[in-house]
Design a binder for this molecule. Structure first.
Ligand SMILES: *[C@@H]1O[C@H](CO)[C@@H](O)[C@H](O)[C@H]1NC(C)=O
Ligand SMILES: [Cu+2]
Length: 316
C-alpha cells in the first residue's frame, strides 16, 4: 500500500530523474501521434532512464507496458526522424539501431532477441585533445537520418538510444533514454546490414564512452560505444534536423513540456537557463565543480547535489 511518504518519495525520485522520451517518429516531415508507431515505454510518464545495461529494458524499455504499436511505412533512402518533445537536454551521444523482423513475422510480434541489431546512425561527441568536449546531440528536439537505400525491404524495429553522460563517472551512472519504433521499409535494396549485436549484451557499462567523467579532466578523445554504423557511408557527425511543419502534426495528446535546462559547453563554461523570478528554474544546474552560474533556485525548488560536478534545482 502506498503511503503518503512513499508517494512523496516516488514523486521526488521521478523529478530527480524527470528526463525525456521519444514518443513519435517523423515520417515525411510529419510527427506521428505519440506512442502509436513507437512502443510505449515504461517511462512514458516518469521519463526515467535505464541505467542497468544487462536489463531486458535496455532493448525497448517496454517490459511494463506491453509496448503495443502499429507499423508505419517508410521508403528506403528517405529521411526518418525520431521526435523528442522535451528535447535531449543532457550532454551525451546518440545511437540508432535497427533489427529486421524475420520474414513472415509481423514486427509487432518481434521481440528483437538474438544478435539482430545493427547501428544505422550515431551522433558522437566532439573532442579537441583535452581542451574541449561538445555534444552535438544535446538539446536536439529530434534526431533524423537517412534510411540506407541498401536496406532490404521488410519490417524493422528502430531503436532510439540517447546516452546521457552528465553523471557517468561511476559505474551505473550513465543514463539511457530508449524507445523502439516499428517501420515497414519499402523500395529497399540488397545490402547486408551488420555487424549484428544483441541488446542487451552490446554494452558492459565499462566502455570508455560509457564509464566516463566528461568534466575533469576534459577527455582528450571520445570513443562512441557500440558497433560501427552500417553502411559506413551512413556515419554522420553532424546532426541534421530537417524542418518539421507544425501544421503537419497529426495529433499530440499532451502538449510538449517546455522545461528549461542547462547547456553545458565543452570548455566547462556553462550557460544558465532563464528563470522566472529569482533563482534558476527546475532542472537547471545550480552548482558543481567549475560552475560559475547562479546557485539559487526559484521557489519551490532547491539546489541538490547530483555529483561533485553537477547540482540541479529540484523539488524537495
Ligand atoms: C540488472 O538487470 C539484471 C537482469 O534483469 C538483473 O539480474 C540485475 O539484478 C539488475 N541489476 C541491478 C543493479 O538492478
Ligand atoms: Cu535527466
Amino acid at each position: 500500500m502506498l503511503t503518503f511518504a512513499a508517494l512523496a518519495l516516488s514523486s521526488l525520485l521521478s523529478q530527480v530523474q524527470a528526463h525525456y522520451t521519444f514518443p513519435s517518429l517523423i515520417v515525411g516531415g510529419v510527427i506521428t501521434p505519440q506512442w502509436v508507431n513507437v512502443r510505449e515505454t515504461n517511462n512514458y510518464q516518469t521519463n526515467d532512464p535505464v541505467t542497468n545495461v544487462t536489463s531486458p529494458d535496455m532493448r525497448c524499455y517496454d517490459s511494463a507496458t506491453a509496448g503495443t504499436a502499429t507499423t508505419i511505412s517508410v521508403t528506403a533512402g528517405s529521411t526518418l526522424g525520431i521526435d523528442c518533445p522535451i528535447t535531449i537536454y543532457h550532454p551525451g551521444v546518440v545511437n540508432v539501431y535497427m533489427a529486421q523482423a524475420p520474414t513472415g513475422t509481423d514486427v509487432s510480434d518481434f521481440a528483437g532477441d538474438g544478435a539482430v541489431w545493427f547501428k544505422v546512425y550515431e551522433i558522437t561527441a566532439v573532442t579537441n585533445g583535452g581542451t574541449s568536449i561538445t555534444f552535438p546531440a544535446q538539446n536536439l528536439p529530434s534526431v533524423s537520418f537517412t534510411l540506407p537505400e541498401e536496406l532490404p525491404t521488410g519490417q524493422y524495429l528502430v531503436r532510439m538510444e540517447a546516452l546521457a553522460l552528465h553523471v557517468a563517472e561511476t559505474y551505473g551512472g550513465a543514463q539511457w533514454y530508449i524507445a523502439c519504433g516499428q517501420i515497414a521499409v519499402t523500395g529497399g535494396g540488397s545490402g547486408t546490414p551488420g555487424p549484428l549485436v544483441e541488446i542487451p549484451g552490446v554494452y558492459t557499462g565499462y566502455e570508455p564512452g560509457i564509464l566516463i567523467n566528461i568534466y575533469d579532466p576534459i577527455p582528450a578523445t571520445y570513443t562512441q560505444p557500440g558497433p560501427p554504423v552500417w553502411p559506413a557511408s551512413g556515419t554522420s557527425s553532424t546532426p541534421v534536423t530537417p524542418p518539421v511543419s507544425s501544421t503537419s502534426v497529426v495529433s499530440s495528446s499532451a502538449p510538449p513540456t517546455t522545461t528549461v535546462h542547462t547547456t553545458t559547453t565543452a570548455t566547462g563554461t556553462t550557460t544558465a537557463p532563464p528563470s522566472s523570478g529569482t533563482g534558476a528554474a527546475e532542472y537547471a544546474q545550480c552548482g558543481g565543480l567549475g560552475w560559475t552560474g547562479a546557485t539559487a533556485c526559484a521557489s519551490p525548488f532547491t539546489c541538490q547535489v547530483v555529483n561533485s560536478y553537477y547540482s540541479q534545482c529540484l523539488s524537495t
